[in-house]
Design a protein. Structure first.
Length: 122
């Protein structure tokens, strides 16, 4: 009988050790999942803020008569802005492919006197 109690005690200890190991595994898995969720939520928050900023910029460009203004825009002259696409020094193609940042063009203002005078103030 004593031998049976000894075996039961060993079995009980083995079950307890197994339960403890399983509990540690579950806790570790839970912590990993929680960490990943927190990281993904932070990334989503950053993405949401970026989208909100972009939407704010786009909304600031909108005005009531934008459609009328667009319809009044005349077709450009042939080869307009060809220089920016064809010249390798402008890096315009690279910018188009990456879509990174704002493409800034500066230099002498040419065109109608009103356009030139208006742009010279900037």
């Amino acid at each position: 009988m004593t031998e049976l109690f000894g075996e039961m005690s060993e079995l009980s200890s083995a079950v307890t050790a197994y339960d403890d190991a399983q509990e540690r595994r579950v806790e570790k898995l839970r912590d990993t999942i929680l960490h990943n969720l927190i990281q993904q939520l932070a990334e989503l928050r950053n993405l949401l803020q970026s989208v909100q900023r972009r939407n704010a910029v786009l909304a600031s460009l909108l005005f009531d008569t934008i459609k009328t203004r667009f319809d009044r825009i005349e077709n450009s002259y042939p080869n307009t802005l060809d220089w920016v696409v064809k010249m390798p020094l402008t890096n315009f193609r690279t910018w188009l492919e990456t879509g990174d940042g704002i493409y800034w063009i500066s230099g002498l203002v040419r065109g109608s006197p009103r356009s030139s005078n208006a742009l010279n103030g900037y």
